[in-house]
Design a protein around this ligand. Structure first.
Ligand SMILES: *[C@@H]1O[C@H](CO)[C@@H](O)[C@H](O)[C@H]1NC(C)=O
Ligand SMILES: *[C@@H]1O[C@H](CO)[C@@H](O)[C@H](O)[C@H]1NC(C)=O
Ligand SMILES: *[C@@H]1O[C@H](CO)[C@@H](O)[C@H](O)[C@H]1NC(C)=O
Ligand SMILES: *[C@@H]1O[C@H](CO)[C@@H](O)[C@H](O)[C@H]1NC(C)=O
Ligand SMILES: *[C@@H]1O[C@H](CO)[C@@H](O)[C@H](O)[C@H]1NC(C)=O
Ligand SMILES: *[C@@H]1O[C@H](CO)[C@@H](O)[C@H](O)[C@H]1NC(C)=O
Length: 327
């Protein structure tokens, strides 16, 4: 305690004259790591004090060496002839070490440097490895949790840099950030997310793999399935059509035979000649009419079936008549 009081007394009472150099003036280090500062003078300092945020943490006396309060603070002698240099080391840096670091020597003005404490958190690509079909759009999301300050983020796809649209939220005095990447599945790729803060010499990374399934193989199976389905449908249609056609043929044959039989019966009951004339007139009309064939067919195959025929003919004639009156 005597030594500290003495050194402070000397510093405050002596007129500044020595040239003092502090380096670096700005330091950013990760929490838990070491912070180092050099202070050098051109004249041998009888006393050198180091302060963190105004609190004296180390006193170095030319005569008796280094005095420190806790083992987190230490100093190393780098003195060379004509350059009196000491390195001040803060080990296991804490968030509340952030601020001002001061070097002061007897006979010199205090020199200030700024210390900032950064934090590296976790990096994770959400969802891990992915398997996609060729040509499909694939999204990757990188999540950085517990960083300070807001980290810079980027992607690397097969070693090719890709920027990202980062968004962050503050949680306490740390940042949680996310960043998305959309790629088209073209080839098997390694997708890497890089997260960094200035104090980190190399970015923290997370890597996942995108496995691309070739479309061709799938296409073939689909093609085969479609072909088989179509062939089956066509075959079924053919079978149904054949059955239908066969039935029609049989029905026609039987109705034809039936008509012949009926015609034979009818021919035994002779019809009057007037009705035949009327029938022939209308038959002529039907031939150039629109529905023709069946009526025609029926007419010619059984012109003696007068009841059926006259009904049809009368209707047609009647319709025709109406048409004519309208026109
Ligand atoms: C301080 O100086 C020594 C010797 O020149 C050097 O090895 C060391 O890296 C310096 N430290 C800093 C923090 O600049
Ligand atoms: C620092 O190192 C120099 C050169 O090696 C030496 O002369 C000096 O005594 C040392 N200072 C202390 C306090 O150990
Ligand atoms: C001073 O620093 C040295 C080196 O880091 C360490 O071994 C020592 O224990 C510290 N002294 C006190 C009182 O913490
Ligand atoms: C992703 O795939 C690689 C290699 O194929 C493997 O080493 C790694 O463990 C996988 N990662 C996950 C999260 O499954
Ligand atoms: C970045 O993301 C924000 C929201 O997450 C969105 O509004 C913005 O349009 C995006 N910008 C680009 C260039 O994609
Ligand atoms: C990707 O790799 C898998 C095996 O790891 C392979 O089956 C597949 O064909 C590859 N895809 C491409 C597009 O090369």
């Amino acid at each position: 305690m005597y030594i500290f009081r003495l050194s402070l007394f000397l510093l405050t009472t002596t007129v500044a004259s020595a040239q003092l150099q502090l380096q670096p003036l700005n330091a950013a280090v990760l929490r838990g790591s070491k912070a180092r500062f050099n202070c050098s003078t051109t004249q041998p300092p009888s006393v050198m004090n180091w302060m963190v945020n105004g609190r004296l943490v180390i006193t170095i006396l030319e005569a008796s060496g280094v005095f420190n309060f806790t083992d987190r603070f230490s100093a190393q002698n780098f003195t060379t002839p004509g350059d009196y240099k000491w390195e001040f080391i803060i080990s296991n840096v804490q968030r509340d070490d952030a601020g001002e670091v001061t070097c002061q020597v007897l006979g010199g003005a205090p020199q200030l440097a700024t210390l900032s404490i950064q934090e590296s958190g976790s990096v994770e690509i959400v969802g891990g490895n992915q398997t996609k079909t060729e040509g499909v759009q694939t999204e990757f999301q990188c999540r950085a949790v517990g960083w300070f300050p807001e980290p810079s983020m980027s992607w690397s796809v097969n070693g090719m840099a890709n920027s990202c649209n980062r968004s962050s939220v503050a949680q306490g005095n740390l940042f949680n950030s996310i960043c998305a990447l959309t790629v088209t599945a073209v080839k098997n790729s390694s997708v890497q997310c890089l997260v960094s803060v200035p104090a980190l010499s190399t970015p923290d990374t997370s890597t996942v793999f995108l496995t691309v399934e070739k479309l061709a193989k799938r296409d073939q199976t689909v093609l085969i399935a479609v072909t088989v389905a179509f062939s089956a449908a066509a075959l079924l249609f053919l079978i149904i059509y054949a059955i239908f056609f066969f039935c029609m043929r049989r029905k026609k044959k039987s109705s034809y035979q039936e008509e012949i039989r009926r015609a034979r019966i009818q021919s035994q009951i002779r019809t009057p000649s007037t009705e035949n004339v009327q029938g022939q007139d209308n038959g002529g009309y039907i031939r150039d009419g629109h529905d023709g064939n069946t009526t025609n067919g029926v007419w010619y195959t059984n012109h003696s079936d007068k009841h059926q025929m006259t009904g049809i003919l009368f209707d047609d004639a009647h319709r025709k008549h109406r048409h004519m009156t309208i026109v």
